[in-house]
Design a protein around this ligand. Sequence first.
Ligand code: SF4
Length: 333
Amino acid sequence: MQVSTKQVLLSVENLKKYFPLKIPWTQALLKRERPTVKAIDDISFNIKKGETLGLVGESGSGKTTTGRVIIRLIEPTSGRILFDKKDISKLSKENLRRARKDFQMIFQDPMASLNPYMRIGKTVSHPLEIHKIGTPAERKEKVLSLFEKVNLIPAKEFFNRFPRQLSGGQRQRVVIARAVVTNPKFIVADEATAMLDVSVRSQILKLMIDIKEDLGLTYLFITHDLASAKYICDRIAVMYLGKIVEIAKTSDLFKEPLHPYTRILMGAVPIPDPKLKRSKIIPKGEIPSPINVPSGCRFHTRCPYATKICSEEEPELVEHQGRLVACHLFDKK
Ligand code: SF4
């Protein structure tokens, strides 16, 4: 599934993030190899300008680490991150600070990501101060107009409130306003609606779509909630134990998931019609530890279709029916 390079905003190439674990000094003296958690293990993908790419998978699949590494909140172990054709994986601290105005993150827990002692007007204008954008009066005007855009009305009243005086949905609106205040091009939204009630969740998803269209944004939307991903994403990448196992258009993925792991995830999505039944594939056992990643296809210990080759050879992400899938069932070799 080739993407025209002209349209690509973000290109991730062979990205890895390994976390070395501490070992007892006795083992260090014996020069025992330090075990590592392979949170991201050689993944590549593109996101086109204006696109929303979903990143889905179970907890522990590496999706949150991927989002954090891409915007350099965590340093990558290796690989390249091309943002607007510039490699940001090696930017110095100062250059990274300047570049940050173009890519921002929306975190899962709005209460934890807002300073409880700072009025929300000040919180949202803070990135403008850091990047020395506008005069104090211009910043205030910008924040007030953003508050109107994210439906924190009357904006002047909200400007002086503290986070504790807001509901969960209102706090997430503040976080969204702060993320877009510097006019970024790209947003990583990490479980942005996971802590909200279902009714508020749909309002925030709708707001994210409206804001994206208004401001010409591009999203990486990280979630374990496939219903939200179906609603907001143009394409979806499925992660399992640090690897991408399938990337497809959202409509294709929901119509016919190819990878056995994607089929299992889809089987877990409730269908709002009691007469309809989804065929269920049951995975064997638990997700293995990322310290001892299984050989070959790392899903083989749980896959109901596994054959001998699956434990011996790692399947590559190959094109099949207009999508990318990493499974020997679809490998032409
Ligand atoms: Fe299952 Fe084998 Fe495909 Fe892995 S490669 S998903 S074990 S069939």
